[in-house]
Design a protein around this ligand. Structure first.
Ligand code: SF4
Length: 293
Protein backbone atom coordinates (compact mmCIF):
# COMPACT_ATOMS: atom_id res chain seq x y z
CA UNK A 1 0.00 0.00 0.00
CA UNK A 2 1.43 3.43 -0.88
CA UNK A 3 2.03 6.18 1.69
CA UNK A 4 -1.02 8.31 0.78
CA UNK A 5 -3.37 5.32 0.81
CA UNK A 6 -2.08 4.34 4.27
CA UNK A 7 -2.74 7.86 5.56
CA UNK A 8 -6.17 7.87 3.93
CA UNK A 9 -7.10 4.50 5.45
CA UNK A 10 -6.09 5.57 8.95
CA UNK A 11 -8.01 8.85 8.71
CA UNK A 12 -11.11 7.05 7.43
CA UNK A 13 -10.82 4.54 10.28
CA UNK A 14 -10.69 7.39 12.83
CA UNK A 15 -13.68 9.11 11.20
CA UNK A 16 -15.72 5.90 11.38
CA UNK A 17 -14.66 5.29 15.01
CA UNK A 18 -15.78 8.82 15.85
CA UNK A 19 -19.14 8.36 14.14
CA UNK A 20 -19.70 5.04 15.91
CA UNK A 21 -18.87 6.43 19.36
CA UNK A 22 -20.20 9.99 19.53
CA UNK A 23 -23.88 10.71 19.23
CA UNK A 24 -23.66 14.47 18.84
CA UNK A 25 -20.80 14.82 16.41
CA UNK A 26 -19.80 17.75 14.21
CA UNK A 27 -16.82 18.60 12.02
CA UNK A 28 -15.09 21.97 11.98
CA UNK A 29 -14.51 23.34 8.53
CA UNK A 30 -12.26 26.40 8.33
CA UNK A 31 -12.32 26.31 4.47
CA UNK A 32 -8.53 25.82 4.52
CA UNK A 33 -6.76 22.94 2.77
CA UNK A 34 -6.62 20.65 5.83
CA UNK A 35 -10.28 20.70 6.78
CA UNK A 36 -11.31 20.63 3.11
CA UNK A 37 -9.32 17.39 2.71
CA UNK A 38 -11.10 16.19 5.84
CA UNK A 39 -14.49 16.86 4.23
CA UNK A 40 -13.33 14.86 1.20
CA UNK A 41 -12.21 11.99 3.49
CA UNK A 42 -15.55 12.07 5.31
CA UNK A 43 -17.39 11.80 1.99
CA UNK A 44 -15.24 8.77 1.16
CA UNK A 45 -15.67 7.23 4.63
CA UNK A 46 -19.47 7.38 4.39
CA UNK A 47 -19.92 6.69 0.68
CA UNK A 48 -20.60 10.21 -0.51
CA UNK A 49 -22.79 11.46 2.32
CA UNK A 50 -21.29 13.27 5.32
CA UNK A 51 -23.52 12.08 8.19
CA UNK A 52 -22.79 14.95 10.62
CA UNK A 53 -22.95 18.76 10.42
CA UNK A 54 -20.02 20.84 9.22
CA UNK A 55 -19.39 23.79 11.49
CA UNK A 56 -17.66 26.99 10.44
CA UNK A 57 -16.69 29.69 12.93
CA UNK A 58 -17.23 32.82 10.89
CA UNK A 59 -15.23 35.71 12.38
CA UNK A 60 -16.78 38.03 9.78
CA UNK A 61 -13.21 38.88 8.66
CA UNK A 62 -12.52 35.79 6.56
CA UNK A 63 -11.43 36.61 3.03
CA UNK A 64 -14.76 36.82 1.08
CA UNK A 65 -13.66 34.22 -1.46
CA UNK A 66 -13.51 31.66 1.37
CA UNK A 67 -17.18 32.19 2.24
CA UNK A 68 -18.18 31.97 -1.43
CA UNK A 69 -16.24 28.70 -1.76
CA UNK A 70 -17.82 27.32 1.45
CA UNK A 71 -21.35 27.95 0.25
CA UNK A 72 -20.81 26.68 -3.29
CA UNK A 73 -19.21 23.49 -2.01
CA UNK A 74 -21.86 22.96 0.72
CA UNK A 75 -24.63 23.28 -1.87
CA UNK A 76 -22.90 21.09 -4.44
CA UNK A 77 -22.27 18.23 -2.00
CA UNK A 78 -25.49 18.72 0.02
CA UNK A 79 -23.56 19.27 3.25
CA UNK A 80 -25.37 19.98 6.51
CA UNK A 81 -23.68 23.36 6.93
CA UNK A 82 -23.77 25.45 10.10
CA UNK A 83 -21.92 28.60 11.01
CA UNK A 84 -21.53 30.31 14.37
CA UNK A 85 -20.44 33.86 15.10
CA UNK A 86 -19.79 36.14 18.09
CA UNK A 87 -22.47 38.63 17.12
CA UNK A 88 -22.13 40.64 20.35
CA UNK A 89 -18.41 41.34 19.92
CA UNK A 90 -18.96 42.35 16.29
CA UNK A 91 -21.95 44.58 17.12
CA UNK A 92 -19.99 46.36 19.87
CA UNK A 93 -16.97 46.65 17.53
CA UNK A 94 -14.79 45.06 20.18
CA UNK A 95 -12.36 43.68 17.59
CA UNK A 96 -8.77 44.20 16.42
CA UNK A 97 -9.79 45.49 12.96
CA UNK A 98 -11.90 48.17 14.69
CA UNK A 99 -8.84 49.11 16.76
CA UNK A 100 -10.56 48.35 20.06
CA UNK A 101 -8.56 45.34 21.27
CA UNK A 102 -5.37 43.37 20.64
CA UNK A 103 -5.18 40.56 18.13
CA UNK A 104 -5.04 38.01 20.94
CA UNK A 105 -8.18 39.41 22.57
CA UNK A 106 -9.95 39.59 19.21
CA UNK A 107 -9.08 35.94 18.46
CA UNK A 108 -10.37 34.96 21.91
CA UNK A 109 -13.69 36.67 21.21
CA UNK A 110 -14.26 35.90 17.53
CA UNK A 111 -12.73 32.41 17.48
CA UNK A 112 -12.40 30.83 20.94
CA UNK A 113 -15.58 32.27 22.48
CA UNK A 114 -17.54 31.86 19.27
CA UNK A 115 -16.39 28.24 19.03
CA UNK A 116 -17.26 27.50 22.66
CA UNK A 117 -20.75 29.01 22.35
CA UNK A 118 -21.38 27.39 18.96
CA UNK A 119 -20.34 23.94 20.17
CA UNK A 120 -22.19 24.01 23.47
CA UNK A 121 -25.33 25.45 21.88
CA UNK A 122 -25.45 28.65 23.94
CA UNK A 123 -24.51 30.93 21.04
CA UNK A 124 -26.35 31.63 17.80
CA UNK A 125 -26.02 29.07 15.01
CA UNK A 126 -27.12 29.47 11.42
CA UNK A 127 -27.92 26.47 9.25
CA UNK A 128 -27.97 26.34 5.45
CA UNK A 129 -31.44 25.71 4.07
CA UNK A 130 -30.75 23.82 0.85
CA UNK A 131 -34.17 24.69 -0.59
CA UNK A 132 -33.75 28.45 -0.31
CA UNK A 133 -29.93 28.51 -0.44
CA UNK A 134 -29.97 30.85 2.62
CA UNK A 135 -28.81 30.45 6.22
CA UNK A 136 -31.47 30.41 8.93
CA UNK A 137 -31.11 30.70 12.73
CA UNK A 138 -31.12 27.26 14.30
CA UNK A 139 -33.89 26.78 16.85
CA UNK A 140 -32.97 25.06 20.14
CA UNK A 141 -29.36 24.16 19.28
CA UNK A 142 -27.95 21.30 21.34
CA UNK A 143 -24.34 20.69 22.41
CA UNK A 144 -21.84 18.75 20.33
CA UNK A 145 -20.02 16.18 22.47
CA UNK A 146 -17.47 15.33 19.79
CA UNK A 147 -15.95 17.58 17.16
CA UNK A 148 -13.67 16.51 14.32
CA UNK A 149 -10.85 18.95 13.58
CA UNK A 150 -8.30 19.01 10.74
CA UNK A 151 -5.15 19.88 12.70
CA UNK A 152 -1.80 18.30 11.79
CA UNK A 153 1.15 17.63 14.12
CA UNK A 154 3.72 19.18 11.79
CA UNK A 155 1.79 22.41 11.30
CA UNK A 156 2.63 24.08 14.60
CA UNK A 157 4.24 23.09 17.94
CA UNK A 158 1.17 22.87 20.20
CA UNK A 159 -0.68 20.70 17.66
CA UNK A 160 2.01 18.02 17.94
CA UNK A 161 0.85 17.48 21.55
CA UNK A 162 -2.67 16.44 20.51
CA UNK A 163 -4.11 12.92 20.63
CA UNK A 164 -6.33 11.47 17.89
CA UNK A 165 -9.14 11.55 20.48
CA UNK A 166 -8.29 14.49 22.70
CA UNK A 167 -10.53 15.34 25.70
CA UNK A 168 -11.48 18.89 26.77
CA UNK A 169 -13.38 19.80 29.93
CA UNK A 170 -16.87 21.32 29.95
CA UNK A 171 -15.36 24.77 29.38
CA UNK A 172 -13.46 23.46 26.34
CA UNK A 173 -10.13 23.87 28.22
CA UNK A 174 -7.26 21.56 27.24
CA UNK A 175 -5.10 19.95 29.95
CA UNK A 176 -2.05 18.93 27.92
CA UNK A 177 -0.50 16.89 30.75
CA UNK A 178 -3.61 14.78 31.33
CA UNK A 179 -4.30 13.05 28.05
CA UNK A 180 -4.90 9.33 27.55
CA UNK A 181 -2.15 7.28 25.86
CA UNK A 182 -2.92 5.92 22.38
CA UNK A 183 -0.67 2.91 21.90
CA UNK A 184 -0.79 0.72 18.78
CA UNK A 185 -3.77 2.60 17.27
CA UNK A 186 -5.97 1.75 20.28
CA UNK A 187 -8.08 4.85 20.81
CA UNK A 188 -9.88 5.79 23.99
CA UNK A 189 -13.36 6.85 22.95
CA UNK A 190 -15.29 6.59 26.23
CA UNK A 191 -15.00 9.58 28.52
CA UNK A 192 -16.74 10.88 31.65
CA UNK A 193 -20.10 12.62 31.10
CA UNK A 194 -19.63 16.27 30.20
CA UNK A 195 -16.29 15.69 28.48
CA UNK A 196 -16.02 17.32 25.11
CA UNK A 197 -13.73 15.42 22.72
CA UNK A 198 -11.79 16.75 19.75
CA UNK A 199 -11.00 14.17 17.11
CA UNK A 200 -7.97 14.63 14.85
CA UNK A 201 -7.88 12.28 11.83
CA UNK A 202 -5.10 14.28 10.07
CA UNK A 203 -2.47 14.33 12.84
CA UNK A 204 0.03 12.22 10.84
CA UNK A 205 -0.23 14.17 7.57
CA UNK A 206 2.42 16.68 6.47
CA UNK A 207 1.82 19.73 4.29
CA UNK A 208 3.37 17.86 1.35
CA UNK A 209 1.20 14.75 1.96
CA UNK A 210 -1.82 16.96 1.90
CA UNK A 211 -1.01 18.63 -1.41
CA UNK A 212 0.00 15.31 -2.99
CA UNK A 213 -3.37 13.91 -1.89
CA UNK A 214 -5.21 16.98 -3.23
CA UNK A 215 -3.43 16.33 -6.54
CA UNK A 216 -4.23 12.61 -6.53
CA UNK A 217 -7.89 13.07 -5.61
CA UNK A 218 -8.42 16.26 -7.65
CA UNK A 219 -9.95 18.07 -4.67
CA UNK A 220 -10.96 21.64 -5.58
CA UNK A 221 -9.31 24.29 -3.39
CA UNK A 222 -9.93 28.00 -2.80
CA UNK A 223 -8.02 29.87 -5.51
CA UNK A 224 -6.26 31.99 -2.85
CA UNK A 225 -3.74 29.16 -2.55
CA UNK A 226 -2.52 29.81 -6.11
CA UNK A 227 -0.43 32.60 -7.59
CA UNK A 228 -2.41 34.70 -10.04
CA UNK A 229 0.57 36.41 -11.64
CA UNK A 230 1.73 38.58 -8.73
CA UNK A 231 4.32 36.14 -7.38
CA UNK A 232 2.32 35.63 -4.19
CA UNK A 233 -0.07 33.05 -2.85
CA UNK A 234 -1.53 32.09 0.53
CA UNK A 235 0.04 29.11 2.22
CA UNK A 236 -2.38 29.20 5.14
CA UNK A 237 -5.79 30.93 5.14
CA UNK A 238 -7.39 33.01 7.87
CA UNK A 239 -8.85 36.46 8.51
CA UNK A 240 -8.04 39.08 5.86
CA UNK A 241 -6.59 41.70 8.24
CA UNK A 242 -4.18 39.21 9.86
CA UNK A 243 -3.07 36.86 7.08
CA UNK A 244 -0.34 37.55 4.54
CA UNK A 245 0.54 35.64 1.36
CA UNK A 246 3.98 34.12 0.83
CA UNK A 247 6.26 34.74 -2.14
CA UNK A 248 5.60 31.98 -4.62
CA UNK A 249 4.80 31.61 -8.29
CA UNK A 250 3.03 28.25 -7.89
CA UNK A 251 -0.24 28.59 -9.76
CA UNK A 252 -1.44 24.96 -9.82
CA UNK A 253 -1.56 22.05 -7.38
CA UNK A 254 1.26 20.35 -9.35
CA UNK A 255 3.44 23.45 -8.92
CA UNK A 256 2.72 23.64 -5.19
CA UNK A 257 3.76 19.98 -4.82
CA UNK A 258 6.95 20.67 -6.79
CA UNK A 259 7.67 23.76 -4.71
CA UNK A 260 7.25 21.87 -1.41
CA UNK A 261 9.46 19.04 -2.68
CA UNK A 262 12.30 21.51 -3.28
CA UNK A 263 12.28 22.27 0.45
CA UNK A 264 11.75 26.00 -0.23
CA UNK A 265 9.57 26.32 2.87
CA UNK A 266 11.24 23.71 5.06
CA UNK A 267 12.66 26.35 7.44
CA UNK A 268 9.64 28.67 7.33
CA UNK A 269 6.67 27.92 9.59
CA UNK A 270 3.51 27.09 7.66
CA UNK A 271 1.54 29.68 9.64
CA UNK A 272 4.23 32.36 9.28
CA UNK A 273 1.68 34.54 7.46
CA UNK A 274 -0.68 34.49 10.46
CA UNK A 275 0.03 37.61 12.53
CA UNK A 276 -1.98 36.46 15.56
CA UNK A 277 0.37 33.49 16.16
CA UNK A 278 3.21 35.92 16.87
CA UNK A 279 1.49 38.02 19.50
CA UNK A 280 1.98 37.34 23.20
CA UNK A 281 5.35 35.71 22.52
CA UNK A 282 4.01 33.01 20.24
CA UNK A 283 0.90 32.45 22.33
CA UNK A 284 -0.92 29.96 20.10
CA UNK A 285 -0.51 27.20 22.69
CA UNK A 286 -2.13 29.47 25.31
CA UNK A 287 -5.02 30.17 22.94
CA UNK A 288 -5.38 26.47 22.18
CA UNK A 289 -5.37 25.49 25.86
CA UNK A 290 -8.36 27.80 26.24
CA UNK A 291 -10.23 26.25 23.35
CA UNK A 292 -8.82 27.78 20.15
CA UNK A 293 -8.63 25.50 17.09
S1 SF4 B 1 -7.22 36.64 13.03
FE1 SF4 B 1 -7.34 38.89 13.26
S2 SF4 B 1 -9.41 39.53 12.65
FE2 SF4 B 1 -9.39 37.28 12.92
S3 SF4 B 1 -10.13 36.98 14.97
FE3 SF4 B 1 -7.89 37.01 15.12
S4 SF4 B 1 -7.30 39.17 15.45
FE4 SF4 B 1 -9.47 39.13 14.84
Amino acid sequence: MDHLTKLENKSIHILREAYANFKDLGMLWSIGKDSTVLVHLARKAFFGHVPFPLVHIDTHYKIPEMIEYRDNYAKKWKLDMIYGQNIEALASKNTFPHGNCSRLECCKLLKTEALRATLNGTGPRFRLNHETGKYEPEKNPTAFTGVIVGVRSDEEGSRSKERYFSPRNQKNDWNIGEQPPEFWNQYKTDFAPGTHVRIHPLLDWTELDLWEYILREKIPMVSLYFDKGEGKRYRSLGCGPCTQPVESTASTVEEIVEELRTGKFSNIAERSGRAQDKEDGGGLEELRKAGYM
